[in-house]
Design a protein around this ligand. Structure first.
Ligand SMILES: Nc1ncnc2c1ncn2[C@@H]1O[C@H](COP(=O)(O)OP(=O)(O)O)[C@@H](O)[C@H]1O
Ligand SMILES: [Mg+2]
Length: 588
C-alpha cells in the first residue's frame, strides 16, 4: 500500500465535516477577536505603571491600573476556556462523523476489497488515523488562526510603541519562515512513513493473534517474534527519522526566535539611553517577548501536527475515495421473487480474483425449488460460483440472472434479502443465542425463533445451555461445537425464510455424530427453495435434482446422480473413490 502517494487535499476534504458546525466555529472566531488583545494586554499596564505611576509619581493611579489588569486577564482566561471547550467538542463531533463514514464505506466495499486489504491496517485507518485528524482540524487550524492573530496584534503593538525597534525585533522572525518551509519538505515523507509502518505493525499483530494456534502448533514463535520485531524496528527507524528532523528544527527555530530578544534589549537600551524610548516601553517589550515568541514556538509544533495529520488524513480519505467494485447501479430496482421460488441462471460466466482465471464460461440454470449440487476437486471453483450469487464479487464477463433479471440491475440489499448462506465455518457474533438466530430477521417473535430452532434440530441443545436462548456465546461466552454452530446457522436461515439457499460445505466442520441430524435439518430447510450446495459428502449430493461437476474452473459434467454415474466421467470416478474409501474402512 505504499503505492504512489495520492495527492489528497486533506484540509479541503475536512470542510464538509466542519460545515455543520459553522455557527460554533464562527462564534468562536468572534470570541477569539476579543480574547487576543485581552490576553496580551498586561505589558501595556506594566508600561503605564513604570512610566506614569513610578516615573510621574501618580500613586493614586496604581490601584485602578491593577484592577484593569485583573479584569482584562480574567475576561481573557474565562472566554479562552469557553472557546477551547467549544472547539474541542467540534473536533470530537467531526471525528465521530468521519469514523462512521469510514465504517459505512468499509461495509459497502466488496468482499474483494476486504480480502485485498489487511484488517489491521484498515483498523489503524479507522481508529488512530481518524484521531490524528482531530488534531489538525480543530487544535491545528484553531491554533493557526489564534496564533496568527496574536502575532499580528503583538507585532502591531510593538511597532506602535516604537517603529524602529519594532521592525528590528521582528526581523529574525522572517528567517523562521524559511526554516519552516525547509522542514515541511523533509518531514512530509517521514510522517507518511510513520503512519504506514504503524499500519503494518497493526496488521502483523492482528494476523498473529488470529493465527496464534498455528504459530504455537508449528513452534514458530521465534520466527514470528522476529517478523514482528522487524515490523516494529521499521516503525522505530522511521520514528527516529522524525525525531531527528524535529530536534534540528525546533531548537533552530527557538534560537532564531531568541535573537528577537537580544535585538530588543540591545537596540531598546540604546534608544532609551538616547532618549528615543522610555523605560516603561522597554519593560513592555520585555513583557511582549513571550507573546511574540509563543506563536513562533507554536508554529513549529503546529506545523508538525499539520504534517502528521495530513499524512493520517490522506490514509483516511484514500480509504473513503476507493471505488466500490460491487455497487448498486443508479437505476437499480428492488428484486421481487414470486411465490414458488426463484430461477437462477448463469450465462457464460467467467471470473478471476486477479489475473489467473478461476471460472471460464460457466453456464447452468436452476429451476424454482430445485436442489443443485456443485462437486469437484478442491480449488475447482465451487465456492467461487456460490460467492457470485450474492454478488460478493461480480463476474468478469457473462451474466447471472434471478427470475430472468440480471442481478447487477437490482439493489444488493433486495438481492440478499432473498438469500441465506450457510458456510463451512459459521460466524457467530458475541451476544446471545437469540441475537444470533434473529440475525436473519430482527423482528422475529420468540415463538418463531423457537420454531426455527426446532426445525434446525437446535432447540434441544439450546435448552440445555445455562441460560437457554439467553446464553451468551462467542468470544466472551459459551463455546459451541462445530455442529452446534451449524445448527444455529440453519436456524438463522429458517428464520430468514429465503427463496434461494446457498450451502457451502455445510457439514464439513461438523463432528461425525451430529452430521446426520444436521443433514436432516438441511433437507428440511431446502424444501421449496432453490438450493445450491457444495459438499464432498455424496450422501448430501446424491439426491440433488442436478449435479454440476467442476474441474479447474470449467463446468465439465452435469446431470443427476444416475446420469452421471452412467456417463462414467469425473463424477463417477470421484464417487467410486469415496465409496471405495467407505468400503475399505476397517470395521474394528
Ligand atoms: N479470495 C481469493 N483470492 C484469490 N484467489 C482465490 C480466492 N478464493 C479462491 N481463490 C482461488 O480460486 C480457485 C477456486 O477456489 P474455490 O472457489 O474456493 O474452490 P473450491 O471451493 O472448489 O475448493 C482456487 O485456485 C483458489 O486458490
Ligand atoms: Mg470451497
Amino acid at each position: 500500500m505504499s503505492a504512489p502517494e495520492p495527492d489528497i487535499p486533506v484540509f479541503r476534504r475536512l470542510i464538509p465535516y466542519l460545515r455543520p458546525h459553522a455557527v460554533t466555529i464562527g462564534l468562536s472566531l468572534i470570541l477569539l477577536l476579543a480574547v487576543t488583545p485581552a490576553a496580551s494586554f498586561h505589558p501595556l499596564v506594566w508600561r503605564y505603571v513604570v512610566d506614569d505611576v513610578i516615573g510621574r509619581r501618580h500613586l493614586a493611579h496604581l490601584l485602578p491600573a491593577l484592577l484593569v489588569m485583573f479584569a482584562v486577564q480574567g475576561f481573557a482566561t474565562s472566554v479562552g476556556a469557553l472557546r477551547d471547550a467549544m472547539m474541542e467538542r467540534v473536533g470530537q463531533k467531526m471525528v465521530f462523523a468521519i469514523r462512521n463514514d469510514v465504517y459505512a464505506k468499509l461495509q459497502r466495499q466488496s468482499m474483494g476489497y476486504l480480502h485485498d486489504h489487511r484488517t489491521g491496517d484498515l483498523i489503524a485507518r479507522a481508529m488512530s488515523d481518524v484521531d490524528v485528524l482531530q488534531d489538525v482540524a480543530v487544535q491545528g487550524l484553531d491554533a493557526i488562526v489564534s496564533n496568527l492573530l496574536s502575532f499580528l496584534w503583538v507585532a502591531s503593538v510593538l511597532v506602535a510603541l516604537n517603529a524602529r525597534l519594532g521592525m528590528a525585533t521582528l526581523a529574525p522572525i522572517a528567517v523562521v519562515f524559511f526554516l519552516t518551509r525547509f522542514f515541511n519538505a523533509r518531514v512530509k515523507a517521514i510522517y507518511r512513513g510513520v503512519r504506514e509502518r504503524l499500519g503494518d505493525m497493526n496488521a502483523r499483530l492482528q494476523e498473529n493473534l488470529n493465527g496464534m494456534a498455528l504459530i504455537k502448533a508449528f513452534a514458530k514463535e521465534p520466527y514470528e517474534a522476529r517478523r514482528f520485531r522487524e515490523a516494529t524496528e521499521r516503525y522505530l527507524r522511521v520514528n527516529f527519522g522524525a525525531i531527528r528532523a524535529r530536534n534540528i528544527f525546533f531548537p533552530g527555530v527557538r534560537f532564531v526566535g531568541f535573537f528577537s530578544n537580544i535585538v530588543a534589549v540591545g537596540y531598546g537600551a540604546w534608544l532609551t539611553v538616547n532618549g528615543q524610548f522610555t523605560v516603561g516601553g522597554l519593560v513592555a517589550y520585555r513583557g511582549y517577548w513571550w507573546p511574540l515568541f509563543q506563536p513562533i514556538n507554536q508554529l513549529a509544533t503546529i506545523n508538525e501536527m499539520l504534517q502528521r495529520a495530513q499524512a493520517a488524513g490522506r490514509r483516511v480519505f484514500e480509504l473513503l475515495d476507493e471505488p466500490e467494485s460491487v455497487r448498486d447501479l443508479p437505476d437499480a430496482v428492488e428484486l421481487n421473487i414470486g411465490s414458488g421460488g426463484a430461477r437462477v441462471e448463469f450465462r457464460d460466466v467467467s471470473f478471476a480474483y486477479s489475473e489467473r482465471p478461476v471460472l471460464c464460461g460457466v453456464s447452468f440454470s436452476a429451476n424454482p425449488g430445485e436442489m443443485v449440487a456443485l462437486v469437484g476437486p478442491s480449488g475447482a471453483g465451487k465456492t467461487t460460483v456460490l460467492n457470485l450469487i450474492p454478488r460478493f464479487w461480480d463476474p468478469k464477463s457473462g451474466q447471472i440472472l434471478v427470475d430472468g433479471i440480471d442481478i447487477r440491475s437490482v439493489t444488493q440489499s433486495s438481492l440478499r434479502r432473498h438469500l441465506a448462506i450457510v458456510q463451512q465455518d459459521t460466524f457467530l457474533f458475541s451476544g446471545t443465542v437469540l441475537d444470533n438466530v434473529r440475525y436473519g430477521r430482527q423482528d422475529a417473535g420468540m415463538e418463531e425463533v423457537v420454531e426455527a430452532a426446532r426445525a434446525a434440530n437446535a432447540h434441544d441443545f439450546i435448552m440445555q445451555l445455562p441460560q437457554e436462548y439467553r446464553t451468551e456465546i462467542g468470544e466472551k461466552g459459551v463455546k459451541l461445537s462445530g455442529g452446534q454452530r451449524q445448527r444455529l446457522a440453519i436456524a438463522r436461515a429458517f428464520l430468514a425464510n429465503p427463496e434461494i439457499l446457498i450451502l457451502d460445505e455445510p457439514t464439513s466442520s461438523v463432528e461425525p455424530e451430529s452430521e446426520t441430524i444436521i443433514t436432516q435439518a438441511l433437507e428440511r430447510l431446502m424444501q421449496g427453495r432453490t438450493t445450491f450446495v457444495t459438499s464432498h459428502r455424496f450422501s448430501l449430493v446424491r439426491g440433488a435434482n442436478r449435479i454440476l461437476v467442476f474441474s479447474s474452473g470449467l463446468l465439465v459434467e452435469s446431470g443427476d446422480h444416475l446420469e452421471l454415474i452412467a456417463a462414467d466421467g469425473l463424477y463417477a470416478s470421484m464417487y467410486a473413490m469415496q465409496m471405495g474409501d467407505e468400503a475399505g474402512r476397517p470395521s474394528c
